[in-house]
Ligand binder design. Sequence first.
Ligand code: ZN
Length: 202
Amino acid sequence: MIYNFLTGDLIIKSLIVLLALFNFNLSAHKLHMYPDAPLKIITIGHPTLTMIAGEIPYEEISSEETQELIDKMIVTMKKAGGVGLAAPQVNVSKRLFVMKPSWFKKAEAIINPVVEYIDGAGTKSSTEGCLSIPGKQFKVERYKELNLSYYTREGEFMSEHATGFRAIVAQHEYDHLNGILIANFFFPNFVPMPISKDVPLM
Ligand SMILES: [Zn+2]
């Protein structure tokens, strides 16, 4: 049956208008711009966040484009108050993330990472926020330890055993490269509360 908007009844007309407004509203919230941040952060509902990002060819790591993207991602992460930011979150579907899980270390770029989780070390509960899901926090289960291999922004290959908060941030960002948001897998554990100050944003 085709609904005739001109002759149809008022309640259905109102519903259609409301739905249209709601839709408009949703699309209007897919970008989040922080003051002075060079890049916009896309939020849940944007298709790029659900895609498996592509590897960066080795010869492109040193390119001006990649280096500039890394610089801008680091500034955007800091301006947004985050400890990690993955390229898909700024609408670039590449296997790259930046992170600064420690006050004492410089922000670093992790390129084409491979993560190997260490089952034997067990898991722990982690309360996390995501810059792409503004204002929400989630309780998720994370591996305590993992092996992380990647290229640095200088093109150096690194392989490390990550533990503690570094391992948590790496897992959160690595998930972004595979189209996984904390809301996707762990919906039953969703904590519908405004984000608190001590919950890290990634
Ligand atoms: Zn995130």
